[in-house]
Design a protein around this ligand. Structure first.
Ligand code: COA
Length: 378
């Protein structure tokens, strides 16, 4: 390789890939900004629809702008009979992340103008994906559970409508707010693995549906979005607060990776955890089931004391979703519902000043050598 080749750390740790105006993580301050606003303040003062507008347009919406976005989003929630039929044909054993990945790809095939890559067309696709992804997730959930899908309702907010499509009712306002907060916290996080995936796809001048489909594939891994599901499996395995400390000590002694802890950026704590933990703890009060929270507090204390490794957002989000009534395998699809706003903002930003992403590999294989005719190979 020539001398001017750059060899970054494995996993591209510490590499700045490109400029972005969408969000900024500040690990030394344990904080995160979307478009210059503190995320913990956005979570308390805004609804998820306002965050979608902010990520796409760079400013918080006025009431008129929010009304326009909400009306458009509500009017596009329905999915086609063909896609509904396809969902009915999905294998019952398929993970919902695979269902949503296939569903988004299907939406791309249905959109005759999927290839239009101008800003206005991409804003249209972003809104359509935001509106339809919850419907695909809820339909898949109900069909897999032997129930008929519940059509989206345009008189409900984004979060209220998702609860209604899953369970046929809208829960208490505080529960809906906790869900909305989780979506706001999950919406965007710089050049994480799935967003980077989306930007790489966009850089080839492919289209939005392809970028989002690829990003979903990336998010599903347990080192990324899939961790929120693994956290809940872990809490269920531990079973009670009395077992929590011994379980953690044993896991650490056996050098296990404990899901929901650690972060490539946040070595002293994840900026989003205090807000989500507050809402998780409130859900425990509302539901009257404090065991997940008691267990979580002990696990966190033990991990921080033993290793100095702090929880990430998936740690409080997992049990929060469980207490809201969602099946564990719905947790990462819910992350998709939120993060599609960030992915689509990044696809649009990539296209504003695009250059094909095409790194090098450092070849360590054999050769050079010449192939033998097959009869002479031993
Ligand atoms: N449990 C136990 N030890 C952990 C850990 C965890 N969750 N996360 C990091 N560590 C330890 C590593 O074993 C390593 O220790 P060592 O130096 O003695 O080998 C050290 O901390 C550095 O970890 P490393 O894996 O190199 O960090 P990374 O930046 O590559 O990984 C994650 C970051 C997120 C992939 C990693 O922390 C992890 O696997 N966490 C669990 C999965 C998870 O919650 N993912 C969601 C992320 S938002």
């Amino acid at each position: 390789m020539s001398a001017d080749v750059i060899r970054p750390k494995k996993g591209l740790e510490g590499v700045v890939f490109d400029e972005s105006k969408i969000s900024k993580a500040m690990p030394d301050k344990k904080s995160l900004m979307y478009r210059g606003y503190w995320v913990h303040e956005l979570a308390e003062t805004c609804c998820f629809e306002e965050i979608a507008y902010l990520l796409w347009h760079g400013e918080l919406p006025t009431q008129a702008q929010l009304d326009e976005l909400s009306q458009a989003e509500r009017s596009q929630r329905a999915i086609s009979p063909a896609l509904t039929e396809a969902i009915r044909l999905f294998p019952k054993t398929a993970h919902p992340m695979d269902a949503i990945r296939t569903g988004v790809s299907f939406l791309g095939m249905e959109d005759e103008n999927a290839w239009d890559n101008d800003r206005q067309s991409n804003e249209r696709k972003a809104l359509s994906l935001m509106a339809k992804i919850p419907t695909i997730i809820a339909y898949d959930y109900r069909i897999k559970n032997g129930k008929e899908p519940i059509a989206p309702k345009s008189d409900l907010t984004f979060s209220e409508n998702f609860f209604n499509m899953c369970f046929g009712e809208v829960p208490d306002k505080e529960v809906v707010k906790a869900f909305d907060v989780s979506l706001i916290l999950y919406a965007e996080h710089g050049f994480n693995a799935s967003t980077f995936t989306a930007r790489v796809v966009a850089s080839t001048l492919s289209e939005m549906y392809a970028a989002v489909t690829a990003a979903i594939g990336s998010l599903k891994g347990p080192l990324h979005g899939g961790a929120n599901e693994q956290v809940m499996h872990m809490l269920k395995e531990i079973g009670s607060a009395e077992n929590a400390k011994a379980w953690m000590l044993d896991a650490l002694q056996n050098k296990k990776k404990v899901m929901g802890f650690g972060h490539r950026l946040y070595r002293i704590g994840d900026s989003r955890v205090p807000t989500m933990s507050k809402y998780r703890d409130r859900l425990a009060e509302i539901t009257g089931n404090k065991s997940w929270v008691e267990m979580s507090h002990i696990l966190e204390e033990t991990m921080v004391a033993e290793k100095g490794i702090h929880p990430n957002l998936d740690f409080p989000a997992g049990p929060a979703y469980y207490m809201m009534g969602f099946d564990i395998e719905m947790f990462t699809p819910i992350f998709v519902m939120a993060r599609v706003t960030g992915w689509s903002a990044h696809v649009m930003e990539q296209l504003e000043n695009n250059r094909l992403v095409r790194p090098l590999s450092d070849y360590k294989g054999p050769g050079p050598r010449s192939p033998q005719p097959i009869a002479q190979r031993g």
